[in-house]
Design a protein around this ligand. Structure first.
Ligand SMILES: N[C@@H](CCC(=O)N[C@@H](CS)C(=O)NCC(=O)O)C(=O)O
Length: 221
């Protein structure tokens, strides 16, 4: 497929940035459309849950970041961001599932208070901490950090880990006064710094920071 695609979402979204980093690392031409989550009819016609990211392609619109990742890899196999071997590929997907289901999703319940000035109940905070501890212990059993999360090569699993783990760590620092990611995954800090040195990661991060500043400036108006 040669026609450019459009990645829709906003630069502060971790799921958006996961897909954006995969696209950049693979050198796929794409444009970005800044779109925020909503339940408007227009939005729901493209993203059935009203979430971002979603992707406009010549064949139609796709939603769910992992679906976009798989679509990208299937359409543009070179350079590969999954190993060729099916078992090793499955290991990468296992890592992504672990991070999203057992870390990002529970941590998301804290984001309202951690990042957006809302209040999260004490009950929720108590419920989420052991889930995250379990999720981090489980990730520690499958992550390699040698030097990348799935082994020697940079993969889509790194695109996911690099956007989600810092957010989980930051949320736990703000809510519990402890960075559970650092506490349970001693290699995480050095690993995230290694990925963060990649030029495309730096581009994603610069856009994220600019997006965050614009969001804060809007809030002050
Ligand atoms: N499972 C979805 C999660 C995407 C997601 O939660 N995106 C957030 C922004 S980071 C969103 O759109 N939130 C709005 C909402 O939940 O309604 C994916 O992988 O794409």
């Amino acid at each position: 497929m040669t026609t450019p695609i459009t990645l829709c979402g906003f630069a502060v979204s971790n799921y958006y940035n996961k897909v954006k980093l995969s696209l950049l690392e693979k050198g796929i031409p794409f444009t970005e459309a800044e779109i925020f989550p909503s339940q408007s009819e227009q939005m729901l016609s493209e993203s059935p849950m009203g979430k971002v990211p979603f992707m406009r392609t010549p064949q139609g619109v796709l939603s769910e970041s992992q679906v976009l990742t798989e679509f990208i890899e299937d359409n543009w196999p070179e350079p590969p961001l999954y190993p060729r071997d099916p078992f090793a590929r499955a290991r990468c997907r296992e890592l992504i599932e672990h991070i999203e289901l057992h870390l990002e999703l529970p941590a998301r319940r804290l984001y309202g208070e951690a990042f957006f000035g809302a209040t999260v109940s004490e009950e929720t905070k108590k419920e989420v901490a052991p889930l995250l501890e379990k999720g981090l212990r489980s990730l520690g059993r499958v992550a390699r950090f040698s030097p990348f999360i799935a082994g020697a090569d940079f993969t889509h699993a790194d695109c996911a880990a690099w956007v989600h783990l810092p957010l989980v760590g930051q949320a736990t620092r703000r809510i519990y006064g402890r960075d559970l990611v650092d506490e349970f995954l001693s290699q995480a800090k050095a690993y995230l710094a290694l990925v963060g040195e990649r030029p495309h990661a730096q581009k994603v991060d610069a856009d994220r920071k600019a997006g965050m500043e614009a969001y804060m400036a809007k809030g002050k108006k």
